[in-house]
Design a protein around this ligand. Structure first.
Ligand SMILES: Cc1ncc(COP(=O)(O)O)c(C=O)c1O
Length: 358
């Protein structure tokens, strides 16, 4: 049985690994908000009844309008989806059979969606600390129809300078390549760095966003894309009506009012991530320069971390394995920034690991 391609599946993951799952384990493989779900996702009884019993708007018209207003873009440039994942699959369908470039290690659904649509896959696999060599990229853009860049990147947690992303957009324009920038985790950054300001000028830019991570609503399924009106229209034509269900539309509208949760989360994440980084480095671990709510842990010699992974599971800590990420290949573990108490438990288990290995 192969290891699952996503985090947040502790029982499936431990079974596939052949290690007993212990009740009460803490899931460090899930990268949604450690502070929980936004209170604005709670619906009143009457909203709930309405959202469940009535047909929702076929293309989430009200939510689209509200999102566009919130982001200060024209509504013709916005499309809501059943999670960002749905939009990734439609994009891959639009580029069916075409040449697609991935900057890896990266979120696995880009490859899965493109391969399912017969795309010809190209890849640049970055080395730790995962910086892009723009000259190398330029050399690869020829004949590439579409490229995916995740910023901030899942699984490394690192990001790129905004000037670098602008330069990538310039190079892509020269080669007629469409660029997807996946900003699923952008709001976990204290800086909220985004490339959205370029959307008016760049018809070859598509931005993906997810409401899942920040608002803690993985079960609701809500994401959106911002792009040129022409791309939005083409993806909308591929989308079934009612793709964004009634609950998601109602909750999405409510969440747009909750700005304090985002800021509170980003401040908390930064503080706790820095604490973890300092403590882990004291224990001689390497920690990626993450700007979001997860990071990569590795040993200085970059050995395979299977023994540590099993030790953590036996001590009720579920990490995210990295065997499925090109360029990481099990030499790293992805760990979420969780609550202060949970992070402290992780530190004590890792200390135990260090003590027993000495
Ligand atoms: C980088 C990235 N993009 C997109 C998604 C999909 O998000 P959603 O839950 O909105 O489908 C994920 C989910 O893990 C992700 O990590």
């Amino acid at each position: 049985m192969s290891l699952p391609d996503h985090g947040a599946n502790p029982k499936i993951f431990t079974k596939a690994l052949g290690v007993a799952y212990k009740e009460g384990s803490i899931d460090f493989s899930v990268n949604t908000n450690p502070l929980g779900m936004s209170n604005y996702a709670n619906l009143t009884q009457s909203d709930l009844k309405e959202a469940i019993s009535a047909y929702p708007e076929p293309h989430a018209e009200h939510l689209t309008e509200a999102l566009a207003k919130h982001l200060k873009v024209d509504k013709s440039r916005l499309l809501a989806g059943n999670g960002a994942a749905e939009l990734i699959f439609h994009l891959a369908h639009l580029y069916q059979g075409k040449k697609v470039l991935l900057i890896e290690p990266a979120f696995s659904e880009y490859r899965d969606a493109c391969e399912a649509n017969g795309c010809e896959m190209e890849s640049i696999v970055l080395e730790d600390p995962w910086k892009i060599d723009l000259r190398q990229l330029e050399g690869r853009l020829d004949e590439v129809d579409l490229m995916f860049l995740c910023a901030p990147n899942n699984p490394t947690g690192t990001t790129y300078e905004i000037e670098e992303i602008r330069e990538i957009l310039n190079l892509a324009a020269q080669h007629n390549t469409m660029v997807v920038i996946d900003e699923a985790f952008y709001d976990f950054q204290e800086s909220k760095q985004t490339i959205i300001e370029e959307i008016q000028q760049c018809n070859h830019l598509i931005i993906l966003r997810s409401m899942t991570k920040m608002y803690g609503i993985a079960g609701v399924r809500l994401g959106y894309m911002v792009a040129s009106p022409s791309i939005i229209q083409q993806i909308r034509n591929l989308q079934p009506p009612w793709s964004v269900n009634g609950l998601a539309q109602r909750i999405g509208l409510n969440l747009l009012q909750d700005s304090s949760f985002i800021n509170e989360t980003a401040v908390y994440i930064k503080k706790e991530r820095l604490r973890m980084k300092t403590e882990l480095r004291k224990m001689d671990f390497c920690v990626s320069d993450s700007v979001v709510n997860f990071y990569l842990l590795s040993e200085k010699d970059k050995r395979d971390l299977r023994p540590l992974m099993i030790f953590l599971i036996e001590h009720k800590i579920i990490p995210r394995h990295t065997y499925s990420f090109n360029g990481l290949n099990g030499r790293y573990l992805r760990l979420a920034v969780k609550t202060k108490d949970e992070n402290t438990i992780l530190l004590s288990v890792l200390k135990k690991w260090r003590d027993q290995s000495c």
